[in-house]
Design a protein around this ligand. Sequence first.
Ligand code: NAD
Length: 290
Amino acid sequence: MKIGFIGLGNMGAPMAANLVAAGHEVTGFDTAGVTVEGVAQASSGPEAAKGAEVVITMLPNGQILRAVADEVIPAMDKGATLVDCSTVDVESARAVAAQAADAGLGFVDAPVSGGVGGATAGTLTFMCGGTADAFAKAAPLFEIMGQKAVHCGDAGAGQAAKICNNMILGVTMIATCEAFALADKLGLDRQKMFDVVSTSSGYSWTMNAYCPAPGVGPQSPADNDYKPGFAAELMLKDLGLSQQAAEAADADTPMGKAALDLYRRFVEDEDGRGRDFSAMLPRFEKRGRG
Ligand code: NAD
């Protein structure tokens, strides 16, 4: 298949490389001039999109996605499909879907989970929104770049699934970290805490699979000095998107709001930028109630 790939950053570059390795003809463009072995380099987004059956975007945010879509959609062949794998606000995903439909194109919003490791290994999970036809067109590519693709509903449903999942993740990580910090102050050994909670009703992915306490549970960024993993500023971005969506939809999300406020403080005022999002534990550890 002829594929255009726009946004060859930490995630996009290995995803494009996996498409090339599977035998697809990929033309890529990134404003930073990034090159990827086996990916033909275009000098603009529209040039990468021209003649492609599928154009994939992997960009920082919704504003950039909208700007790229404005340029790229008119350059795409009728009947082609635009697949946005970035994490963006639901409104931007729906706006670009409408723009694509007006131009006779298919559109799938397909944000991912699995991080750079998953992008490199081709084991991402894609959460997808769009028509059944557009999803079917993109599905073989999801199989190459990932291990699972869920068609969640109409345009925007993929982004909705992603931000709801990550709102749970952010809230749960904070709860897990504050519980460890409380356990410390109560003189409870961390390993014992893990042994109990990981098999009791407080268990969660953050406790069982990604334990924020070093040396406890399976290997996680906590065992590597909290190097990401999933950086706190990316969690902050996703929590911001979930609050933006909650405001637009008039949904009451007090825990999501509290998590956003905490990660904002952590990233902006407390040296959390560039650290894994589980580094909330050493943050709580150092604090009292004041
Ligand atoms: P990144 O900043 O490494 O990559 C984005 C790339 O887009 C950059 O190389 C940048 O130069 C390029 N770009 C910016 N504007 C452009 C334009 N107008 N035209 C072409 N290229 C342009 O970010 P990333 O880590 O690869 O993340 C990409 C997306 O994936 C984000 O939306 C992020 O939220 C999401 N995501 C990231 C991770 C992760 O662990 N890094 C995990 C899940 C989802």
